[in-house]
Design a protein around this ligand. Structure first.
Ligand code: FAD
Length: 467
């Protein structure tokens, strides 16, 4: 018997249901990772994410090799190619059973169904596991056995599920054989070579160190600090979580241990709630596949007549919209592959409400830049901001980016870091350089849109849908 673990969005040894099951099943254990650059391109993956994934797949191969589990990299361009490639690999290596953790995007589901059919026909047993969420998809339902579409009741049920179930994690499996020489993937696929410097260190141990450091030093202050982009108030664990180097369960358990160890209860509970948000959006993706097919969760909003993107979209993307906090955030994204959560909301609302540009374009642009690009959360965040989603901001609640800037970057520190043209402005003017007769510094654009007028127009367009 030879077991094959197919690593995809779960690049870790610890708390990995598929790996654990394969090691328990008996016989030799092998592993594979399929490199599908054309598919990644179709899914708008960023160079930063591809660098992260390849680096972590190499790190995983190194650690697996110490356990006597060889990981093979398979080149397959697209998901449909990967069906043949995986079937050939199983045949050539005498594989008797395949193990993998589920993914919930529609293309991933189609691919997995096709693989199951193909391998089952070849007498290979296919085993899949629910791993991506703390509370397994399908287990958090209303009393009527329906999926939740609003976060607050979902989270109530999620928290009681956590209390009832007390989730635990799987340990790293014991060595299966003598250590082997790890295979490494050296070529960066074409189209993905131009990545920003790595945001976080590579490897599962580095992820755990960052988790421990965050919980020890900042977790207790999370509630008060998490909205201020100039502070180190959030964990920046999202690249690890989005690519499965860390699991939500590991985060939950570590946070609860920190609470048990006397850490600030409120701060840590607020952070755990973010893990619940992550689960919520994955559950939505699972129950409502249309959201991964470029469809709005609220069908009536499909009738909105968005503006054509043109110059405004370009100015937004490049950080030249003339609204300092929006520009600072977009430049942070472009230069690092990451953006603070408060600013993801501010920039997404600015694009969809003030510029009235289709959220799908913003969603794709974020994906093409983010190191933590993750379909469920990115789609959820965009549809929330555009008021087209499950639990969205009501359409009449439009953030004013200048007010947000004054509130969450009061001294303009974040703006100064990313928009050097405005560095010399005082703490008041920096949020709105041309406001109240101010002179806009040379080289910095005027606002490309009137915030008040555009807000009114957007609200009227949403209102018209109702009428
Ligand atoms: P922390 O505040 O430390 O939170 C811990 C973890 O909880 C995060 O790493 C993340 O996994 C999860 N989390 C936190 N907030 C949310 C949220 N609102 N929704 C879902 N999960 C959350 N997150 C992604 O992981 N990938 C994306 O592609 C993504 N795109 C987004 C797009 C928009 C328009 C918006 C509004 C939000 C998006 N988010 C996305 C959610 C959130 O902004 C990031 O998860 C967060 O900023 C990551 O920083 P952190 O690790 O320091 O988070």
């Amino acid at each position: 018997m030879t077991q094959l673990v197919w690593f995809r969005n779960d690049l870790r040894l610890a708390d990995n249901p598929a790996l654990t099951a394969a090691c328990k099943a008996g016989g030799a254990v092998k592993a594979c990772f399929i490199v599908t650059p054309h598919q990644w391109q179709e899914h708008d993956w960023s160079p930063a994410r591809v660098h992260f994934v390849i680096a972590h797949a190499n790190a995983l191969a190194t650690e697996l090799a110490k356990l006597g589990i060889p990981l093979t990299f398979i080149d397959a361009h697209t998901f449909s190619d990967s069906i043949d490639s995986l079937a050939d690999h199983c045949r050539d290596n005498g594989i008797t059973a395949l193990h993998f953790n589920e993914e919930y995007g529609i293309n991933e589901r189609h691919r997995d169904k096709a693989i199951r059919e193909r391998l089952t026909a070849n007498d290979i047993k296919v085993n899949k596991y629910r791993d991506q969420t703390v509370a397994p998809v399908g287990d958090i339902l209303t009393q009527q056995q329906e999926p939740y579409s609003v976060f607050t009741p979902f989270s109530r049920r999620w928290h009681s599920w956590v209390e009832e179930t007390q989730p635990s994690v799987f340990p790293i499996p014991e060595p299966q054989d003598k250590a082997v020489k790890p295979e490494q993937y050296h070529t960066l696929p074409e189209g993905f070579t131009d990545a920003p410097p790595a945001l976080v260190e590579t490897g599962e141990n580095a992820a755990h160190d960052q988790l421990d450091a965050f919980l020890g030093e900042h977790g207790g202050h999370y509630k008060e600090q998490r909205d201020f982009p100039a502070l180190d108030g959030t964990s920046q664990l999202s690249p690890y979580l989005a690519n499965g180097v860390l699991s939500g369960r590991q985060c939950l358990i570590a946070a609860r241990q920190a609470q048990g160890g006397g850490g600030n209860q409120e701060g840590l509970s607020t952070w755990v709630n973010e893990i619940a948000w992550r689960d919520f959006y994955i559950h939505i993706l699972y129950h409502y596949p249309r959201v991964s097919m470029h469809r709005a969760f609220k069908p009536e909003t499909e009738h909105l007549d968005w503006n054509s993107p043109g110059d405004h979209f370009q100015a937004w993307k490049t950080g030249h919209a003339g609204i300092p906090i929006v520009d600072a955030a977009m430049r942070q994204l472009n230069q690092t592959g990451w953006m603070h959560n408060r600013l993801r909301m501010v920039t997404a609302m600015f694009l969809t409400k003030n510029l009235f540009i289709d959220w799908r374009l913003g969603e794709a642009y974020f994906m093409s830049r983010l190191v933590d690009g993750f379909l469920a959360s990115n789609n959820g965040g965009w549809q929330w901001s555009a008021s087209t989603g499950t639990d969205s901001a009501p359409y009449f609640r439009v953030f004013n980016p200048v007010t947000q800037s004054e509130r969450f970057d009061p001294k303009g520190e974040f703006i100064r870091e990313w928009v050097p043209e405005l560095r010399k402005l005082d703490n008041k003017r920096i949020h709105d350089p041309g406001g109240k007769g101010g002179v806009i510094p040379k080289g910095y654009p005027r606002p490309i849109v009137d915030l008040k007028e555009s807000r009114k127009e957007a609200i009227a367009k949403f209102q018209a849908l109702k009428d």
